[in-house]
Design a protein around this ligand. Structure first.
Ligand SMILES: Nc1ncnc2c1ncn2[C@@H]1O[C@H](COP(=O)(O)OP(=O)(O)OP(=O)(O)O)[C@@H](O)[C@H]1O
Length: 311
């Protein structure tokens, strides 16, 4: 797949000297769903805002569909729909006019059929003649999405789409995002919710302190997460591995009181039965036996921690 967004060595230092982005390079492929994960203040919104032309970069370059965001701003911006974090809609305007107007801003001719399709997809059609201020918070959020889709963008940015949104609306949004992807729209979402990234994304990027720490296929990350550990706590210290256990890749703790066996939880054969047979043969006395699985959350925290300590 070809890259629809190409980000090269992007940096941003805000007035006052704060470095919000420190050299981010990233290729976003056409048709993918990319989730950007990161703690508060990591630089996610700054990154999105630069791509959408709301914040100017200090250095580096970005192109959208081959259009440079500085030199061909209009062409680049036209390809993008942005759903911002904060609700910004005219309170007294009717829903349908809000969405129509957004389309007009991009110089696109009026297309009521498209506006109807978008409003229906977001369960807003029945509310089309309501004033924005009469809507619930969740519905206002849908109006933001409808606005972002009004000009048929090829790339959709969702900045914290489901923050403060109830479970039903969250599910509906996920469904909508999938539909859009099926239509070929590229989607970039920022989130604090690891489960959201897990549920939705094709690739996951982790960002912290203005740096992109990792971008990885979700399937690969989940595979790594499929690694489990079996921990054997012994009643007595083991000075060395007894011969029945030699064929296994076991880690022995320094004090000799623990053995750790790593295995792939998805594999057909985990080797655990054989291992436990060998443990019995070696006549080891066990105090406890546990399995642990690292979650995406663990991986995320480890990465952020490593990124901070510069490992
Ligand atoms: N206009 C600004 N002037 C100065 N500093 C700013 C400005 N906008 C953002 N920052 C700082 O840049 C850093 C990154 O902010 P940004 O909003 O990009 O983070 P984020 O990852 O989107 O965080 P959150 O998850 O909280 O939305 C923060 O420390 C923030 O205080």
């Amino acid at each position: 797949m070809a890259a629809i967004i190409s980000i090269q060595d992007l940096a941003k230092t805000y007035e006052g000297g704060f470095e919000a982005l420190k050299g981010v390079s990233l290729e976003i492929e056409e048709g993918e769903i990319l989730a950007l994960l990161g703690p508060n203040g990591a630089g996610k919104t700054t990154l999105i805002s630069i791509i959408c032309g709301l914040v100017s970069p200090s250095s580096g370059s970005v192109s959208v569909g081959g259009h440079d965001i500085l030199h061909a701003y209009r062409a680049a911006r036209e390809m993008i729909g942005l759903v911002p974090q904060e609700i910004t809609i005219e309170p007294f305007e009717k829903v349908i006019n809000t969405v129509r107007f957004s389309r007009g801003l991009f110089g696109k001719r009026r297309d009521d059929a498209h506006i109807e399709k978008v409003l229906r997809a977001l369960s807003l059609w029945d509310k089309r003649d309501s004033r924005n201020r009469e809507l619930s918070g969740g519905m206002k959020r849908r109006v933001l999405i409808a606005k972002a889709l009004s000009h048929e963008p090829r790339v959709l940015f969702l900045d914290e789409p489901t923050a403060g949104v109830d479970v039903t609306l969250r599910r509906e949004m996920w469904e909508l995002v999938r539909q859009l992807r099926a239509e070929g729209v590229t989607i970039i979402l920022t989130t604090h919710y690891i489960e959201e990234a897990e549920e939705m994304a094709d690739r996951i990027g982790v960002i912290d302190h203005g740096r992109l720490l990792l971008v990885e296929e979700k399937a690969k990350l989940l595979h790594q997460l499929g690694r489990k550990e079996l921990v054997l706590e012994l009643t007595e210290p083991l000075p060395e591995l007894p011969s029945p256990l030699e064929g296994f890749e076991l880690q022995r703790s320094e004090d000799g009181m623990r053995l750790v066996y790593e295995f792939d939880a998805h594999a057909e054969s985990t080797g655990m039965t054989r291992l436990l047979g060998a443990v019995a043969e070696a006549k080891l006395s066990l105090k406890d036996l546990t399995t642990q699985q690292s979650s995406l959350e663990d991986v995320f925290l480890t990465l952020v921690e490593e990124g901070r300590t510069g490992k």
